[in-house]
Structure formats: structure tokens, C-alpha cells
Design a protein around this ligand. Structure first.
Ligand SMILES: Cc1ncc(COP(=O)(O)O)c(C=O)c1O
Length: 437
């Protein structure tokens, strides 16, 4: 479209626009249509690995055992038992009341600092990605800045920058030390506060690095947000809790920061985006929740904000998938789920420990430096003197090992889909290949 600043646009979007210009599509695309593209990031690289590295696929954020995805019994058995009502009726725009209440109860149980009366009723959205995108619809546009970790999940850029035309201020949340670079985070927050408002996304356990704050780091983050609000700035903290609960070390803060942030200060709006996607091994159910918490908001405010959220849902997908919500009701109520989740947790912790064990036995690689990790599905290396994409391609073509390159410097391995026994060999091959490059 004439007048659009093409220099702010993603290169891939520009390539597509160039292809389409001169056609009826090129002439009719909206500004948003021109900005959209399909990233060559995690999804595209994952598709390559599925084809060329089916047995050693460390790309995707799912968890497998003996070649099958992990699944809770209540969900597996529930599939054919759904009644007609549970299978095909429309769900309300913000979700079925029963699942919203059950999820609220579940998050309060997992996070004792949540005060259920002080937060909204979680609204159902079709996956965490949608929850983040709807949050962006409500609160982000040109001129808004979001502080995010560098590196962060690659979809944030597509959602906040390309879709909403907002700016992401990337801050290396993990510096060269063993944990969070709290000085860097504090500096960015204080600088943004000078504009009158701060928007930050906290994703713990983090994708791609697999890091969660220790108790001391969590205290510092909460204090930072409190001081910023007391200083007069409005603060929005989005908690992307996709990998909540997969905490593999004892010193990790065991709750979502949403709990404490949701009762912190009337200038602090905490938004929790979570769901069964990773927590309950139900990636394809496409069900997640958006929950708001702020001591300055009364029930009538939550109601108004909830209606705005419903506006974004109604105007995009209209409502979320009904069968998935009934399956989640069944699995939240099923007495087997807790034990099965614990067993899956142990399986993933075994894989995490195998990676730690390999790294301990093979310290000081000349080209790959592991970033701090203690939780979640992934770990990442910073690359020195080699290109992460070149390493990924070499591993895929020569060794049938699937990994993810995030730009030239970050190389991510998902240990969640790998069997524990495969880990020494796969990491050994990664180290050897990188050393030879
Ligand atoms: C950090 C993070 N947030 C959100 C999501 C998206 O979750 P969903 O599949 O529910 O959209 C992912 C998935 O990979 C993720 O890594």
C-alpha cells in the first residue's frame, strides 16, 4: 500500500510483497496484510527436522516417550466419550464457566500467593499464542514498547511488532553470570518508566533458554515492579507461564510471579497467560487462559475488561474449541492426573539431568557456551565463532539431528522430546560438529 514505511517491515514480508505486487492481491492487501509473513523460525525449522531427523528431533516444544506424545489418561480416554453437547455445541465467547472456575481453582492451588477474590475469572482462548495476541490487541499499538528477554520466543516479534506495530525492547535477561542480569532488567524498566508506563513480558521457565528465577531473583523482580509503580509509572507485567511447573532445581521460585504482582500495587496490572498446552501435555487442544490481576480493579472493572477481551475473541475466532474445554474439565477432576503429571515431570527431569551431566563432563567447549538453564523444555547455547544456522544445517544434513537456530548466535536444543539415553550421543555429536566448523 502506498505510503507504508517499507523500511520498518520484516525482510520476509518484503519478499512476499515484492512477489505479490502487480497482482490483484498486492493491490488489495491491508497494512497488516503487508506486514505479515511466515517466519523461518521454530515452526519452519521444526518441519525440516520432522522430515530429516525424525529419530533425533530436538526442535519442538512437545514431550515424547517411545515415539508417542505424552498424554494424560483422562484426555486420551475422554476423546470418544464426549456427549453431543460436549462435542459440537458452541462454547461461550470467554469459555465454559465450569472450566474457567476449575482453572482458577487450579492456579490458586499451584500458586498460594494468588488471592482468588482479587483476580478475574480466567477467560478461555484458543492457545497461549492467542492469549498473547489478544493482550497485544488490547494494550499495544504504534508507540507502545514491550520489554522482552533477548533471546525470547520468536512469535513475540510477529505478534507485537508485525501485527500490532509496537516496539519490542530486547534486553539480555540472562547475562554472562549464572542467572538473571537484574541490573540490565532494572535499567530498562527504569528507563521505560520515564515515559509514564512500562510493559514487560516475563516468560519463566523461559523459551529458548529454559531459565526460571531463583527465590532471591523473584524477590528482586517484584521489588523492582513495586518501586516502579510507587515512582508513579503504570506497569503491565505479562506472565507467559507456558512451561509453568517444570522446575528442576530446589532454589527456583515455585510460583508464577503473577501471584505476587496481582496484589502488588494499584498501578500494576498483572496478566497471566497459561494453559494446559505444555503443563498438561495437551499441545494440540488449543486451549489456554487469560487472567487479570490488579488491586486497583473492582469487579465492575474486571467485567468491563473481560468484555473488551471478549471483543477481540469474538472478532477473530468467535469462541474457542468446545471439546477441548470439556476434556480439560475431565482431566482437572480426574484423580489419576496428578500422579501421571508427576511421572511425566520425572521423565523430563531425567532428560534435564542427562543434559546437565553431559555439560559437566564436557566443560569449556570452544564454540558453544551453555546459557543458564534450570527448568522447562529447552536449553540454549551462545555460539562463538560459528553461525548457529550453519551448525543447525550441518547437524540436520550430516547427522539427522534436528535443532533450532535463533539468529546467528543462539542455538537451542529441546531436551523434552528426546529420550534420556539419546542425550549423551546427540549432545556429543553437536559438540563434535561445532568444534570441527
Ligand atoms: C514461551 C511460549 N509461549 C507461548 C507458547 C504458545 O503456546 P500455545 O501452543 O498454547 O499457543 C509457546 C509455545 O511454544 C511458548 O514457547
Amino acid at each position: 500500500m502506498a505510503g507504508l514505511n517499507i523500511y520498518s517491515m520484516n525482510t520476509l514480508a518484503n519478499e512476499l510483497n515484492t512477489l505479490l505486487d502487480g497482482t490483484v492481491v498486492g493491490r488489495l492487501l491491508s497494512d497488516l496484510g503487508r506486514r505479515l509473513y511466515f517466519p523461518k523460525g521454530i515452526i519452519a525449522q521444526g518441519a525440516e527436522a520432522k522430515k530429516f531427523a525424525p529419530a533425533k528431533n530436538g526442535t519442538i516444544g512437545m514431550a515424547f516417550h517411545n515415539g508417542e506424545p505424552l498424554i494424560l489418561s483422562a484426555i486420551a480416554e475422554g476423546m470418544p466419550t464426549l456427549s453431543a453437547k460436549e462435542a459440537v455445541t458452541y462454547a461461550p465467547t470467554a469459555g465454559i464457566e465450569e472450566v474457567r472456575k476449575a482453572w482458577k481453582e487450579a492456579i490458586a492451588q499451584k500458586n498460594p500467593s494468588i488471592k482468588p477474590d482479587s483476580i478475574s475469572l480466567p477467560a478461555v482462548v484458543p492457545g497461549l499464542s492467542a492469549g498473547i495476541s489478544y493482550t497485544a490487541d488490547l494494550f499495544f499499538g504504534p508507540g507502545a514498547t514491550l520489554i522482552a528477554s533477548d533471546p525470547c520466543w520468536d512469535n513475540y516479534s510477529l505478534i507485537f511488532e508485525d501485527r500490532r506495530d509496537a516496539k519490542i525492547r530486547l534486553v539480555p535477561f540472562l547475562g554472562n553470570g549464572p542467572g538473571l542480569d537484574l541490573d540490565a532488567i532494572g535499567k530498562a524498566v527504569r528507563e521505560e518508566a520515564k515515559t509514564g508506563s512500562v510493559r514487560i513480558i516475563l516468560n519463566f521457565p523461559n523459551n529458548p533458554a529454559g531459565y526460571s528465577p531463583t527465590r532471591a531473583e523473584a524477590d528482586t523482580l517484584v521489588n523492582l515492579i513495586r518501586e516502579t509503580a510507587e515512582g508513579g509509572a503504570d506497569v503491565m507485567v505479562i506472565c507467559d507461564d507456558a512451561y509453568f511447573g517444570l522446575f528442576f532445581e530446589d532454589d527456583i521460585y515455585r510460583e508464577s510471579l503473577f501471584g505476587r504482582l496481582s496484589v502488588l500495587h494499584e498501578r500494576v496490572l498483572a496478566i497471566k497467560i497459561d494453559g494446559p498446552t505444555k503443563e498438561d501435555f495437551a499441545w494440540g487442544l488449543r486451549t489456554a487462559f487469560v487472567t487479570f490481576g490488579c488491586p486497583g480493579l473492582k469487579p465492575e472493572h474486571y467485567d468491563a475488561l473481560g468484555k473488551k477481551l471478549m471483543g477481540t475473541i469474538r472478532s477473530s475466532v468467535s469462541c474457542s474449541n468446545t471439546p477441548a474445554q470439556y476434556l480439560l474439565i475431565k482431566s482437572l477432576a480426574d484423580p489419576r492426573s496428578a500422579g501421571e503429571k508427576k511421572a511425566n515431570f520425572e521423565l523430563l527431569r531425567g532428560r534435564y539431568r542427562a543434559v546437565k551431566d553431559f555439560l559437566q563432563k564436557n566443560p569449556n567447549h570452544p564454540k558453544l557456551t551453555p546459557m543458564p538453564f534450570n527448568s522447562g523444555y529447552f536449553m540454549s547455547f551462545r555460539c562463538k565463532g560459528i553461525d548457529a544456522e550453519a551448525l543447525r544445517k550441518r547437524l540436520l544434513s550430516d547427522c539427522a539431528i534436528g535443532t533450532i537456530a535463533l539468529g546467528a548466535e543462539i542455538f537451542r536444543v529441546a531436551f523434552s522430546p528426546l529420550e534420556e539415553e539419546q542425550i549423551p550421543e546427540i549432545f556429543g555429536t553437536i559438540y563434535k560438529t561445532a568444534a570441527e566448523m
